[in-house]
Design a binder for this molecule. Structure first.
Ligand SMILES: [Cu+2]
Length: 211
């Protein structure tokens, strides 16, 4: 029943943070140079405190079903209304990674046609540690800049600012959410970060739409 409790917890959490979720217009990374701050950032929403971020982290760490053990690195989400919380670089994780279900860049599986709410919580810190998520057919190896939208794009979460302070507990966190429908046909996709150089550096994983 842990999963059920977690889902309920997220329902409450989403309600709480919905006012601070920012869904500013997507800023394409075209023209940005690697390692430099983008000129035009999405207008940042009000960041949330660590206490408010914690339920999201907990949900992210536990939601979904592990398929084939941890070495298999596959998390399956079941049902018609799926919520996935991706953490961009949980403290202690390597740079340029996503954490889902305490796995780094796992394969994510969702059923055909499911309503999927994807939330990105940026826990990274430092200049340029801005992260977003695009889900589409674009496959690795990636170039420094991956122009979006990509072929077969399912979802995009705009670039989201890093946390506000070095202290994890004193910091505030930016969160962004999008809700989309999974394709009606099974297929292989990828989720990746659209910040220049990040996907190229390994910030991506497989996203599989299963029958
Ligand atoms: Cu990134």
């Amino acid at each position: 029943m842990r999963g059920l409790a977690a889902i309920t917890a997220l329902g409450v959490t989403v309600g709480l943070v919905s006012g601070v979720v920012f869904a500013a217009g997507a800023v394409g990374p075209n023209g940005m140079r690697m390692g430099t701050m983008p000129k035009h950032l999405p207008k940042p929403g009000k960041p949330i405190a660590y206490e408010a971020a914690r339920p999201l982290i907990k949900y992210s760490d536990s939601a979904g079903m592990l398929v084939g053990g941890r070495t298999h690195k596959t998390v399956e989400f079941l049902g018609h209304d799926i919520r996935i919380v991706m953490v961009a670089v949980e403290p202690g994780s390597a740079d340029q990674t996503f954490e889902i279900h305490k796995l780094v860049d796992p394969q994510v599986e969702v059923p055909v046609g499911a309503k999927i709410t994807v939330t990105l919580l940026n826990m990274d810190y430092g200049a340029g540690m801005i992260h977003g998520v695009v889900i589409g057919r674009a496959a690795p190896p990636y170039k420094t800049v991956v122009p979006v939208p990509v072929a077969g794009q399912i979802a995009e979460i705009p670039l989201t600012m890093p946390r506000t302070a070095q202290s994890v507990r004193k910091s505030k966190y930016f969160v962004a959410t999008t809700t989309v429908n999974a394709p009606r046909k099974p297929g292989y996709y990828y989720y990746f970060c659209q910040m220049p150089d990040h996907a190229k550096s390994g910030m991506y994983g497989k996203f599989v739409v299963v029958p």
